[in-house]
Design a protein around this ligand. Structure first.
Ligand SMILES: O=C(O)CCC(=O)C(=O)O
Length: 281
């Protein structure tokens, strides 16, 4: 794992992101993959019950099964999972103590898991699954009509469940762009996008964020980022989530869940069972 403390903070402040290698332990990653595989089981059962498929593809590997299940009906395939993520195995990811230590060093002691946690099964060559250049703050600005979003103290986290490389659509960041404030975003068919005229001077400096399962990247919510197209034949499975200074409002109807707190320790999610008993709110 990379150094925490002053070096980490300096890197984060300068670049707008921080890569932490080998952070969630192999058993945590295996649990997260197994929990996603159960979501795929459920999808297969639903497709079978609806008469949309005749074969649940039980011997297909995690890396392809969901894609193959929906091959004939890509428009109906899930782009992401969110309320489904209250699974015991994901406690070890979202509430990982080492990760929360880094987050606490950057955000302070009141930490909320922001109500925007997502698993993405990014299919090969599927435009609806390709997240375009944006700042997360651009989405929040859209929701909040510019109400104080420059000041949201929020950290994004992204971690793959399969090796993420340029070929299968790893993330790309433009270092330093978190210092530009919230820039305008335009609506495209599936996602928002930073317009070319704003992006052009910066995109030349984009870097590929190639990570392995167990690696985590923490990034500023104003950093320009995108997911590259998935040119492989397999699904690029990943998780992304956010932490926020819990003394701030979420600017959403959901409140999220406390991950650390000195003010309200009794409200912090304690363990995997409690996480699984809560819901998306
Ligand atoms: O996983 C992706 O391709 C995009 C994720 C993203 O934009 C995010 O985590 O904010």
């Amino acid at each position: 794992m990379m150094a925490t403390g002053t070096t980490a903070r300096a890197t984060f402040e300068e670049q707008g992101y921080l890569i932490l290698r080998d952070l969630p332990e192999p058993e945590v990653v295996a649990g997260a993959r197994a929990s996603m595989a159960r979501l795929v089981d459920r999808a297969a059962e639903a497709l079978l019950a609806a008469g949309k498929i005749t074969d649940a593809l039980l011997s297909d590997p995690f890396e392809t099964r969901l894609y193959h299940l929906y091959r004939e009906q890509l428009d109906n395939a899930p782009k992401s999972f969110r309320p489904e993520l209250h699974l015991p195995e994901l406690f070890g990811v979202f509430f990982h103590p080492g990760l929360l230590d880094v987050v606490e060093s950057l955000l302070g002691p009141e930490i909320r898991l922001y109500p925007n946690y997502t698993a993405r099964p990014k299919f090969p060559d599927t435009e609806a699954h390709r997240v375009l250049w944006h700042q997360d703050g651009g989405y929040t600005a859209n929701i909040a009509a510019g109400d104080g979003v420059d000041d949201l103290r929020m950290l994004n986290v992204w971690s793959p469940l399969v090796p993420a490389r340029v070929e299968n659509g790893c993330m790309q960041f433009v270092p330093g762009t978190h210092r530009l404030g919230v820039v305008p975003h335009e609506s495209r068919e599936h996602y928002l996008e930073i317009p070319a005229v704003i992006l052009a001077p910066h995109v030349l400096h984009a870097v590929d964020i190639e990570l392995d399962p167990g690696d985590v990247v923490v990034f500023h919510n104003l950093l320009f980022h995108q997911g590259l197209p998935n040119r492989s034949q397999q699904i690029r499975w990943s998780l992304d989530w956010r932490y926020q200074d819990a003394t701030q409002p979420t600017l959403r109807k959901e409140e999220g869940h406390l991950a650390r707190s000195r003010l309200h320790p009794e409200r912090v999610v304690r363990d995997a069972a409690e996480w699984a008993a809560r819901d998306f709110r």
